[in-house]
Structures are given as C-alpha cells and as structure tokens.
Design a protein around this ligand. Structure first.
Ligand code: PLP
Length: 353
C-alpha cells in the first residue's frame, strides 16, 4: 500500500471537543455535587480517549521528521500498543511493538497482541531486565538491530505514549473543560494525561489523579513531564493514591460490582484497568464530603473497554505482573504476586445507591 506523505489525522474524523454530559447520580447529588462525564472514550473508535490526545501530536511529529516507522513499548495487554498498531494501519506507518516478556514469544498471542499483529505491528519480545532499561539508547539500538531497522527511519514513542508532546496534547483536554467544573478527575498510569490536563485547566480549577499502580514515583514523574512539556510546574493538581486496589490489573468484587452498576446507571461500558478505579475513587470522595455543595466535578472517561481486556476477577488477577505501564525503576516495581503482600488498607467504599 503506498504510504501517504503526511498522515491526515483530520480524515479520521475525531469527535473533538469530546462530548461533556451530565450524569444524574444521587451519590453526588445528595452532597449537592453535580457530576459530568467527559466522554473522551468517544473521540475515535480505535484511538479512543487519551490515546488520541497523546498519540496525535507524536504522529504529526513523526511525519514531519520523515520517519515512517513507529516503535513503542508495552506489556502483553497494553492499551497503548494496540492504539499505536491501529494508528499505524489507519495512517500508513509501519509499527514495531517491544513487548515485555521474552517467554511470550513462543506462545500463542493473547487477543490484545493478536490485534496488534493483525494491524501489522511487528512484535519484538524482550526479557524483563532489558525491558526495564528500555529508555536506554543501547537497548533501543539492540531492538532496532534485531528488527533490521535504521535508527533514522524510526520514531520512538515511550511506553504509555507519555512524553512532552503527549502532555501538550492532553492540555487540550484541560482547555475543553475550562470553566465547566471545579474539580476534574482522571485515572493515572504514567501520569502524562494528568500532567497535560492540569496544565490546560483554567484558574480556580483543580485536577485530581487516581493512580492505578502502587508506589510513590508518580508525583515526581508528573513534575518531570510538566518540566519537559511546559518548562515547569503548571496547574493545580493532586493525587489520591487510595484506589489502586492492589495494583495494576488487580480488582476486587466491590470494584467489579461498582463498575458494573455505574455502567448500567449511566449507559456506558466502564473500562476496568483505569476508568473504573477513578470513578470509584471520585464517588468515594463525594461521599466523604470532599466537595463543597454547589460544586461541579467532571470525570474524564479516558478509554473504552476492549473485548480483549482480561477479565480481572479471577484467573487473570494472578497475572504475574502488571501489564502496563512497566515500572522502570526499582522503587516503581510492583511486587510479584508470589511475594507476601503488605496488607493494603481497604479503600473507602461508595454506597451502591
Ligand atoms: C483508559 C486509560 N486511562 C488512563 C490511562 C492513564 O494514562 P497515563 O499513562 O497518561 O497516566 C491509560 C493508560 O494509558 C488508559 O489506557
């Protein structure tokens, strides 16, 4: 297929600004709080939510640099890998996915990786030690060598798609929400979405991020991303680390039940790895009386569930490790489930009515 010179993102007809819809929910209403849902999941069927916001500026930069191959990183169920593969197919980029876990190379692909492969992504499995060092130039060079690629032809997107361009892309989300809500809630993996969202909000508005990974690395990384993207700290934001439910891709019956019920109540399919935890946390905050009566809060629906997303409740809960984003430094590492786990405080529970 001939590759177009400049990818025409507009031809993909993204739904921007994304819809902002009121959600009638008595768990908020009884505290005098109005809830809005920012439906970024409706931006594009294949590049939904923060994937569009983070990838679009990188795709433009790749095209401007004349590089026609995208190389990026992710775990076996990475939403970001799938989105990059889809972007490649839609816009005529070749794509290479560096996947954590050498042992996966000999196994049938799971549905998520099968989707990447069907979209034309070349999958390159690396061992966990090399994966942890994936931002080091020698590791990238080794992967390029293995794939027979010239460095000059390749545009490298970091894991989770979070770099300075991505954060600037997410600032547009904040600008779309200017003046409409006092607090805006978003789920955090690498923190790129929150870094940009906070930068785009107007004065008097605050962003609250709900990390889905355990660990206290995120605040520093968000500050670093803001430094790279905007030259320094910007916007009013904070993290609430109580709602990770044990870490990436972990869940509990209470979270599952909440997500199911929230989806039915508000007519959306709730993405479970990120969005469910944010909605649970935000609802718990409302019930704790964290918002003054008369406040409006907006929840950003950053993605949609994939048919291939693992069912989190039973066997997949014992996935050996989180799939994405991969902690890159020791203190970010989530313990293997086989290690004795530090007892986690139960997150505060929102009521079901
Ligand atoms: C649906 C969804 N929401 C939120 C996030 C977190 O985004 P970030 O890594 O920018 O914090 C991700 C991760 O990419 C995601 O897939």
């Amino acid at each position: 297929m001939p590759r177009p010179e400049t990818p025409d993102l507009a031809a993909l007809r993204p739904r921007l600004p994304s819809p902002l819809v009121p959600a009638d929910d008595e768990r908020f209403a009884r505290h005098g709080v109005r809830l809005l849902l920012k439906r970024d999941d409706l931006i594009h069927p294949e590049l939904a939510g923060n994937k569009w916001r983070k990838l679009a500026p990188n795709l433009r930069a790749a095209a401007a640099s004349g590089r026609r191959t995208l190389l990026t990183f992710g775990g076996a169920y990475s939403n970001h890998l799938r989105a990059t593969a889809a972007a490649g197919r839609l816009l005529g980029f070749a794509t290479v996915g560096v996947v954590r876990g050498e042992e996966l190379a000999g196994r049938p692909l799971n549905p998520s990786l099968a989707r990447c492969a069907a979209d034309g992504m070349r999958l390159c499995f690396v061992d966990r030690a090399a994966y942890r060092r994936k931002s080091e130039p020698e590791v990238v060079a080794a992967v390029l060598g293995r794939a027979g690629l010239e460095p000059d032809a390749v545009y490298v997107v970091p894991e989770g798609g979070s770099n300075a361009l991505a954060a600037r892309g997410c600032a547009e989300l904040g600008r779309e929400l200017r003046g409409v809500a006092g607090t805006v809630a978003v789920a955090c993996g690498t923190g790129g979405t929150l870094a940009g969202l906070a930068a785009g909000l107007g004065s008097g508005q605050r962003a609250v991020g709900f990390p889905v990974l355990r660990g206290d690395f995120l605040e520093r990384e968000i500050r670093e991303l803001q430094q790279a993207a905007f030259g320094g700290p910007v916007g009013d934001w904070r993290l609430d680390g109580r709602f990770h439910f044990g870490g990436f891709a972990r869940t509990t019956p209470a979270l599952d039940a909440f997500a199911e019920e929230f989806g039915e109540r508000h007519g959306l399919r709730v993405e479970r790895l990120y969005v469910a935890k944010m909605l649970y946390g935000l609802t718990a905050l409302a019930e704790e009386g964290a918002f003054r009566p008369g406040t409006t809060v907006a929840a950003v629906i950053t993605g949609q569930p994939e048919p291939s997303q693992p069912e989190l409740s039973e066997p997949e809960r014992s996935e050996p490790e989180p799939s994405e984003p991969e902690p890159s430094e020791p203190e970010r590492s989530e313990p293997e489930p086989s290690e004795p786990e530090t007892p986690q405080p139960e997150p505060p529970q929102p009521s079901s009515r």
